[in-house]
Design a protein. Structure first.
Length: 127
């Protein structure tokens, strides 16, 4: 049978969602985070745009600014840890072996509350 005539069959176990979110990533052994953006993601993998090539088998931490607020008020970050399984000069795919949602911190929560108060959505007694 001719492989070119066969229909495409997805080999991934988890569906990847085409979502474009800002992120920061850090390669193992580096102290500073660099900026990038997601191309697609699932619970087991992330494909993202990166500032420089990342060698395959390198451990990578990705921090995604999540678009949904916890309880409608608290910003969230999705922190994913994994290993690079594919890369070129501008993109990297990691296989995720751990992830968790984290709050963005009290300073951000207070700043968000002040912005909501300025917009008339909160009063000073709710901060």
């Amino acid at each position: 049978m001719n492989p070119a005539s066969e229909p495409f069959r997805e080999r991934r176990a988890n569906v990847r969602f085409p979502l474009a979110f800002d992120l920061q990533y850090r390669v193992a052994g580096q102290k500073e985070y660099r900026r990038g953006s997601t191309i697609n993601l699932s619970s087991t993998g992330v494909l993202f745009r990166c500032a420089e090539p990342i060698p395959v088998n390198t451990e990578v931490t990705v921090v995604i600014s999540w678009p949904v607020l916890l309880g409608g008020t608290c910003p969230l970050r999705l922190v994913m840890s994994g290993r690079a399984v594919w890369a070129n000069t501008t993109e990297c795919a990691i296989r995720v072996y751990g992830y968790e949602f984290r709050t963005a911190g009290k300073r951000v929560e207070i700043a968000y509350g002040v912005m909501q108060m300025a917009a008339g959505r909160l009063d000073h007694t709710t901060l």
